[in-house]
Design a protein around this ligand. Structure first.
Ligand code: GCO
Length: 256
């Protein structure tokens, strides 16, 4: 019998960047645990396809197409939620992009784009969601998606690394200010996961070998392997867990 602590029935979860990859896997997992899920992305067709997949599985899902890095778009999206009477109880700040280049050659515009999407957006969407959670007085959950690079750097992904390091501390800052409102904000740090964003790495034999040699599981992770941690952090089971990061990395960061 499932422990009711992990039951998300009656909750609504917004997962940013959830038309594919980790975001879609987490959206499906939260939906399978009872939540009504809001799929977000910038491409209407991709968002609709993801919603169709989830509703085809019998889950409650709807789409919200907006750019999480655009303050006005975030405000308009939440105003639309308000108008629908949609209350976001669980926010997963998952949206992220990657740009691989040596810092010596990195253009400011590329640095800024990654920081805006991978870090500033989590602040913008987090603030919009938390303001409403505080007003409702029923608490809430924020899950920020970090990375191994929340802990250690890999050459050629500096803006991503800095943003993901910031994500780890943003969860702590959110906990510092929002715990008083019964909002818990935590991070998940995925290891190397089989996603479209990592396609070039997966298809690179030497990188693939490095990933398999660098973690004790000796393999890449799968997006669905993040679901258990996401359900835990989205549920009452984690009501006294705040400001933490849980690495789902096959043990990578635990071994020399
Ligand atoms: C890269 C990858 C990583 C992974 C992940 C590792 O270029 O090294 O994109 O950033 O996606 O974040 O945890």
């Amino acid at each position: 019998m499932a422990n009711p602590l992990f039951d998300l029935t009656g909750r609504t979860a917004l997962i940013t960047g959830s038309a594919r990859g980790i975001g879609l896997a987490i959206a499906q997992g939260l939906g399978e645990s009872g939540a009504a899920v809001v799929v977000n992305g910038r491409q209407p067709a991709a968002v609709q396809a993801a919603v169709d997949k989830l509703t085809g599985l019998g889950l409650q899902a709807q789409g919200a197409v907006f750019d999480v890095a655009d303050e006005a778009a975030v405000a308009a999206a939440f105003e639309a939620f308000d108008a629908q009477g949609l209350h976001i109880d669980i926010l997963v700040n998952n949206a992220g992009i990657q740009h691989r280049a040596p810092m010596l050659d990195l253009a400011l515009k590329d640095w800024q784009r990654v920081i805006d999407t991978n870090l500033t957006a989590a602040f913008l969407v987090g603030k919009a969601a938390a303001r409403r959670m505080v007003a409702r007085g029923q608490g809430g959950k924020v899950i920020n998606i970090g990375s191994l690079t929340s802990e250690a750097a890999r050459a050629t992904v500096a803006p991503y690394t800095v943003a993901k390091g910031g994500i780890k501390l943003l969860s702590k800052a959110m906990a510092a200010e929002w715990a008083q409102f019964n909002i818990q904000a935590n991070s998940i740090g995925p290891g190397y996961i089989l996603t479209d964003m990592n396609a070039a790495l997966i298809q690179n034999p030497s990188f693939d070998a490095w990933v398999k040699a660098s973690n004790p599981a000796q393999r890449w992770g799968r997006p669905e392997e993040l679901v258990g941690t996401a359900v835990f952090l989205a549920s009452a089971a984690s009501n006294y867990v705040n400001g933490q990061i849980i690495y789902v990395d096959g043990g990578w960061l635990s071994v020399l």
